[in-house]
Design a protein around this ligand. Structure first.
Ligand code: HEM
Length: 431
């Protein structure tokens, strides 16, 4: 993600041929099914300059992985150079409230700030703290699903996955859940800024959402400062790092990125994955019958239809080569996760959903390097618990209609996934 840095037009010609395969992330046909285009791009070249997007597309698994780990590439460049050197336009002042909230987001900063803030967050995401979420996740999945199943027909996203994921991340952070629909709304509006075709209307909406979100978190910080609790917001308020405290701005960005990242991708993984499974009944049965463990299924679902399709990096230094191609300082690399996760050099028959695939966990869905997803262990627990609950309580679940995609490439999901429990029967495999 990073489409929030619009680049200016290329100011010199590259010798690398422009891709013959057209990659238009705003094309509804691409959003409907990106994989044939991503495969064609990947087989055309490991890295290619796209003149129209003014970006270098990185398509193969090994090269995406190498880019994620390359410290000469960064999510931001402002710590090492100016906007003109990096062919970036200044941040649009009309969206200042949005930039204010992004300013200290882990996803927007580089060392040493990134190291300082990530260390603090990591101390709350210890394996023990995250593992302690397993029982609450299982309980909540069961409760929510029972309510949904009583109604017969329901939206797997709105009625189940969204309240489920937001409740769990709020619980881990110590954020009250009474405003959970506001949190979801702010987050959905906020992340539209990461797409390629953000309209002014969406940018304004994201900015207003960011301002409301910020005011809410500032209120929370104030409360926790007055009466600290045993939660992450209190810990961030009290934390001393490198001899100083975090500023309120830093805490706001940190809480917002955790709340947003803490449900968007997890909800979409469940939607994309359940659509895949209910459309590939044989695979669903393997889960229901207990032939494949829910934890293994989670990895294949993230590989097969990743909820985050693109992440970007700026080239911060001279002399960088990607797959043997020299990419000048100041350029933007777009790593195509869907292309990498379907790379036949790593995955046999990559277009096939195969829950028993031995190496599914080699996907790059959680990223890598210093920005690797800090919430991956939590996401895995959440997704595992929800698959287990659905397979056990509603093995006969079916789609009511073909779900419609959110018209966006980067954050890949459905508007809704309407399902009903049909012909449920006693469960054998999953418990
Ligand atoms: C299936 C669900 C998820 C997927 C696929 C996913 C994917 C990713 C990816 C690919 C990155 C790396 C971005 C980059 O390299 O530029 C990332 C970073 C991040 N994720 Fe996740 N994520 C998921 C769930 C979560 C959850 C539940 C949380 C909640 C705690 C979370 C919090 C974060 C944060 C804070 C970062 C930024 C880390 C940094 O920049 O240091 N994610 N995620």
């Amino acid at each position: 993600m990073q489409a929030l840095f619009p680049s200016g037009p290329a100011n010199y010609l590259f010798e690398v041929a422009a891709p013959a395969v057209r990659f238009d992330p705003t094309d509804p046909a691409l959003v409907a099914d990106p994989y044939p285009t991503l495969a064609a791009l990947r087989e055309q070249a490991a890295v290619q300059y796209d003149e129209r997007l003014d970006r270098w597309l990185v398509t193969r698994h090994a090269d995406v992985r190498a880019c994620l780990r390359d410290r000469r590439l960064g999510r931001n460049f402002r710590h090492v150079g100016s906007e003109s050197e990096f062919k970036a336009e200044p941040l649009d002042p009309r969206w200042q409230a949005f930039w204010d909230v992004e300013r200290w987001s882990l996803l927007f900063i580089e060392p040493p700030d990134h190291t300082r803030i990530r260390k603090l967050v990591a101390s709350a995401f210890t394996p023990r703290a995250v593992e302690a979420m397993r029982a609450p996740a299982e309980r909540l999945a069961g409760e929510l699903l029972d309510g949904c199943l009583e109604r017969g027909r329901f939206d797997l996203l709105y009625d189940f996955a969204q309240p489920y994921s937001i409740t769990l991340i709020c619980r881990l952070l110590g954020v009250p859940t009474d405003r959970h629909r506001d949190l979801l709304d702010w987050s959905h509006r906020h992340v539209k800024m990461y797409e390629f075709d953000t309209t002014e209307e969406q940018a304004l909406s994201a900015t207003e959402a960011a301002a409301e979100f910020r005011a809410y978190v500032l209120g929370l910080i104030e409360e926790r400062r007055r009466s600290p609790r045993d939660d992450m917001v209190s810990a961030l308020v009290a934390a001393r790092v490198d001899g100083g405290r975090l500023s309120d701005d830093e805490i706001v960005s940190t809480v917002v990125v955790l709340l947003n990242a803490g449900h968007e991708a997890t909800v979409n993984t469940l939607g994309n994955g359940m659509r895949g499974l209910l459309g590939n009944r044989g695979e669903w049965e393997r889960l229901v019958e207990g032939e494949v463990a829910p934890a293994a299924a989670v990895e294949e679902l993230i590989r097969w239809d990743p909820p985050l399709q693109l992440f970007e990096r700026w080239v911060l230094e001279d002399g960088v080569e990607v797959a043997g191609v020299s990419v000048p300082r100041g350029e933007v690399l777009s790593m195509l996760f869907g292309a990498a996760n379907h790379d036949p050099r790593v995955f046999d028959e990559p277009e096939r959903l195969d829950l028993g695939r031995g190496n599914a966990a080699d996907h790059i869905g959680f990223g890598g390097g210093i920005h690797v997803c800090i919430g991956a262990p939590l996401a895995r627990i959440e997704l595992e618990a929800s698959l287990r609950a659905i397979a056990a309580r509603a093995p006969g679940l079916e789609l009511v209609e073909e779900p419609v995609r959110v018209p966006a490439f980067v954050i890949r999901g459905f508007r809704e996934v309407q399902v009903r429990a049909a012909g449920n029967r006693p469960v054998r495999g999953v418990t």
